[in-house]
Design a protein around this ligand. Structure first.
Ligand code: 7PJ
Length: 299
């Protein structure tokens, strides 16, 4: 399977690592804002050196209870970093749910829109459909970040996440976005309690029936803290275990903070031959023998 994005057609015959880049706000001065862009860009460069296949740049925190940011503040944080990131040779995703931010990011050459609200904002589907090839990640969330943990009620979380993603996929493709441009994400931690997140891992193969690749974000999340009793900065081992388990359960892309250790873990997983997929990359791309581990095919 492939994920079509603006500049890259990403071969998902092997699992891919999406490195998280949070653009840290600095409200003290323009100099401070400039410094935080420079350090975010340095972080992008580091993640690429560590083997990230995709960068995911976010300007707004979507953690439970987080305050909302205006589109212009979000753009002021994002755009300077995005400008530099698009020259690093890997596909760049922008993590946003605002239509205005999507448009500006796509104008600057972003490859992927990663939307935790699955393009539900007015005009968002149109903004994606207006582009010939940008990629999109549609994620399930119950409620909105400030209050989402109050909405965590499900009769059957896996079935409900599945139906939501199926409906969004149908809507977005129906409005002119090719299915090949879309990946799906059950949204670990977004309006879900520990038992819901763990059920989504245990029964993740059911989501594969939707017919599109899965992106999973477990890195450092609170469910891992609940399971291990560890604080957020002590969850590396738990995050690696979750990433590998997600891949073993069929995930094509893992969204992580700790790129180098995740790349190592996946190398071992692949070396053991555990990565054989129903659709090996070679069947789709017979000319490309010996593709480098972290390469993405340019369109
Ligand atoms: C996710 C995300 C995720 C996708 C965040 C955090 C919270 N985008 N953005 N999937 N999580 N697609 O990293 O803890 O799980 S922000």
């Amino acid at each position: 399977m492939f994920w079509q994005t603006t500049r890259f057609r990403i071969d998902l015959g092997q699992p891919r690592v999406m490195g998280i880049v949070n653009v840290t706000p600095d409200s003290f001065s323009d100099g401070g804002a400039h410094a935080s862009s420079a350090s975010a860009l340095a972080h992008c460069e580091r993640l690429v050196r560590e083997g990230a296949d995709i960068l995911d740049i976010g300007g707004e925190s979507s953690r439970p209870g987080a305050a909302r940011l205006s589109a212009s503040d979000e753009l002021a944080r994002l755009l300077p970093v995005l400008r530099g990131a698009v020259s690093l040779g890997v596909p760049v995703a922008v993590d946003t749910c605002k239509t205005e931010v999507m448009r500006a990011a796509l104008d600057l050459g972003a490859d992927i829109i990663n939307d935790i609200s699955a393009l539900l904002a007015p005009g968002a589907v149109e903004a994606i459909a207006a582009q010939p090839a940008c990629g999109v990640c549609l994620m399930h969330m119950r409620g909105e970040p400030p209050t989402m943990q109050e909405c965590a009620d499900y009769a059957d979380v896996v079935t409900e996440v599945c139906s939501f993603l199926a409906a969004r996929l149908a809507e977005v493709t129906g409005r002119g976005v090719a299915a090949e441009r879309i990946v799906l994400d059950p949204g670990i931690g977004f309006g879900k309690r520990v038992e819901h997140n763990l059920a989504l891992l245990a029964r993740q193969p059911e989501l594969l029936a939707l017919g599109r690749p899965l992106l999973l974000g477990w890195s450092r999340k609170s469910t891992l803290g609940a399971v291990t009793g560890r604080a957020v900065n002590e969850r590396l081992a738990a995050s690696l275990a979750a990433a590998l388990a997600a891949v073993q359960q069929g995930a094509s892309i893992v969204r992580v903070h700790d790129v180098a250790p995740t790349v190592d873990a996946l190398r071992v997983w692949r070396a053991a031959g555990l990565g054989a997929r129903a659709e090996p990359a070679a069947l789709h791309n017979p000319g490309a023998s010996g593709t480098a581990l972290n390469s993405c095919d340019r369109r």
